[in-house]
Design a protein around this ligand. Structure first.
Ligand code: ZN
Length: 548
């Protein structure tokens, strides 16, 4: 690269580019450098040393002064639910409610603001934040909103609370059996309590009219705007439906997709798989939309005791969690994905689920692992014997650092003293040669990469404690955490040759921050501000300015 820069200095005529970002401190693979970033046709044409700047400035269609800001490779959210994020932004926000009474009050107020007979939808409740820390029952909610269905999704998406009207409309009674992969929580009498776990959520959700294409488009663009403000330039969409894929394709075709999307097809939809897998891996010419992965679920989540454990929960010996998808179904879809050259991505949180998925990859992917890069989404609780298997199988651990900091108040009770050391073991996985990528599972967590990087590095909640981080030997370094959102995320989507680093020829995806995340003290990470997000050379967000 230095040789190239020297040559450009020797030849003085103007160097053409679409945009020239000047005055930035550029985070290159070789360190932080005072360079100018020349962009042409959506790619980085050159990283220009100050000595060569004049020729580039003379030939630039636009010069953008970054005024000392720090330029990172465009961040990637490696595991999010794109349309689900948009829907969550439109629903009643129940996050942070510190009692069930507060949840009911927020829902009642929202129902009053939107009169009618339609369903009231909410998202984000978490009984672990309430004094009683146990699942709610529907009575107070049903009394507050008696005349229309209410469906409130738990923060992790793996449980809903329905009011009496919704239960009645769905025909759920004491006589209704638990559906496969799900559970209807019940009172002592056997009557439904209102809480429906995993596969049982469908019983109430299917009475809602499916979102229209216009609903989906509005939600995707709403979510994309929030992602851009957080500095993201790409999202790995962890389970894209048929209807969502159609809208994504239309947004890409019309040039209105503000972030790149790496699609994991919803593996529960046979019609979707039958339509897409025979086409093989797909990538739009502008690199904005890639379809080459399939998403499946092996189990539920830890907070709702749906994560599938090899021994009973320490705080509920009656359950080991849920096998959300039967093994035969998982194996069948993985086989079809592998045959089509698609990457399998399987949600596995409990240790029994992780073992099952690794076994499956050993049998069904085998030597093709290096080419297909199978992913274990979450990989939260990993038995010691399974740690080295990730590298052996070329399996990527797709982890969410904020799950660790959100879960630490109650995860030890769920797992007990012996197993808690198996949880969120990023350093163990790295040391054993595994590849990681980082994300948030938005809307389960706030996707803000500052929170994720902070959690990865400190394993402490962002506020309110000076205590040392939780199981700190498993923390990542700052450089590793940033790599998890950039270089490693690119690898997890087969994009390491074109994204995830600032280098000539790479996509002009930039995340511009007002400071160096690596500056001391670590609180700097939380204080950083996103100044600009650039996707393929175009601004998707500029601080203080409304953009597309
Ligand atoms: Zn997820």
């Amino acid at each position: 690269m230095l040789a190239l820069l020297a040559m450009s200095a020797a030849s003085n005529p103007p160097r053409r580019c679409d945009r020239l970002f000047v005055g930035g401190l550029v985070h290159t693979p070789d360190g932080i450098r005072r360079l100018e970033v020349a962009v042409a046709s959506g790619r980085i044409a050159a990283l220009v040393a100050p000595a060569d700047a004049a020729a580039w400035r003379a030939g630039a269609a636009e010069v953008v002064d970054l005024a000392g800001a720090h330029v990172y490779p465009g961040f990637t959210e490696s595991h999010g639910h794109f349309a689900g994020y948009g829907a969550a932004l439109e629903n009643v926000d129940l996050t942070g409610a510190t009692s069930f009474a507060e949840v009911v009050a927020r829902v009642k107020a929202a129902a009053a603001r939107t009169p009618g007979t339609g369903a009231v939808l909410g998202r984000g409740w978490d009984q672990n934040l309430w004094p009683e820390k146990s699942f709610p029952t529907h009575e107070a909610l049903s009394a507050a909103v008696p005349d229309r269905p209410v469906i409130l999704t738990r923060v992790d998406g793996h449980a809903v609370l329905a009011n009496a009207r919704a239960l009645a409309a769905a025909g759920i009674t004491a006589a209704t059996p638990d559906p496969p992969g799900g559970r209807i929580m019940r009172e002592a009498s056997g009557a439904p309590s209102g809480v429906l776990l995993d596969g049982a959520e469908e019983l109430v959700q299917r009475m809602l009219p499916p979102p229209s294409a216009a609903d989906i488009e509005r939600r995707l663009l709403l979510a994309a705007g929030h992602l851009a403000r957080d500095g993201f330039t790409e999202i790995h969409d962890a389970g894209t439906s048929r209807a969502e894929l159609a809208v994504l394709r239309e947004l890409q075709r019309s040039g209105r997709l503000p972030v790149r999307v790496y699609v994991m097809l919803a593996g529960s939809d046979d019609e979707l798989l039958a339509a897409e897998l025979p086409k093989g891996p797909q990538r739009s010419g502008d690199g904005m939309l890639t379809i080459r992965a399939v998403k499946l679920y092996a189990d539920g989540a830890l907070g709702s005791r749906g994560a599938w454990l090899s021994a009973p929960y320490s705080d509920d010996p009656t359950t080991r969690g849920l096998e959300v998808t039967p093994l035969a179904r998982l194996a069948d879809v993985v086989r079809r994905a592998v045959a089509a050259g698609y990457q399998p991505c399987i949600h596995a949180i409990g240790d029994a689920a992780v073992t099952r998925v690794l076994d499956l990859y050993e049998r069904e992917v085998g030597p093709r692992g290096a080419a297909l890069r199978p992913r274990v989404e979450h990989a939260q609780i990993v038995r010691p014997a399974d740690v080295p298997r990730f590298a052996a199988l070329s399996a990527i651990a797709s982890v969410q650092p904020t799950h660790c900091t959100s879960d630490m108040p109650w995860a030890p009770a769920r797992l007990g003293a012996a197993r808690i050391g198996w949880a969120y073991r990023w350093r163990s996985l790295l040391a054993a040669g595994a590849r990681l990528c980082l994300g948030s599972d938005v809307p389960v967590e706030d996707p803000d990469p500052r929170l994720g990087i902070w959690a990865a590095v400190t394993r402490r909640p962002p506020r309110g404690t000076a205590e040392p981080g939780w199981n700190l030997p498993e923390a990542l370094t700052l450089d590793e955490a940033v790599a998890g959102y950039t270089r490693w995320a690119a690898f997890a989507a087969f994009e390491e040759g074109s994204r995830g680093a600032l280098a000539p020829g790479f996509a002009a995806d930039l995340t511009v921050l007002d400071r160096d995340l690596g500056a001391y003290p670590p609180a700097t990470i939380l204080q950083a501000r996103v100044l600009r997000a650039v996707v393929g050379g175009r601004d998707s967000y500029v601080a203080g300015r409304e953009t597309r």
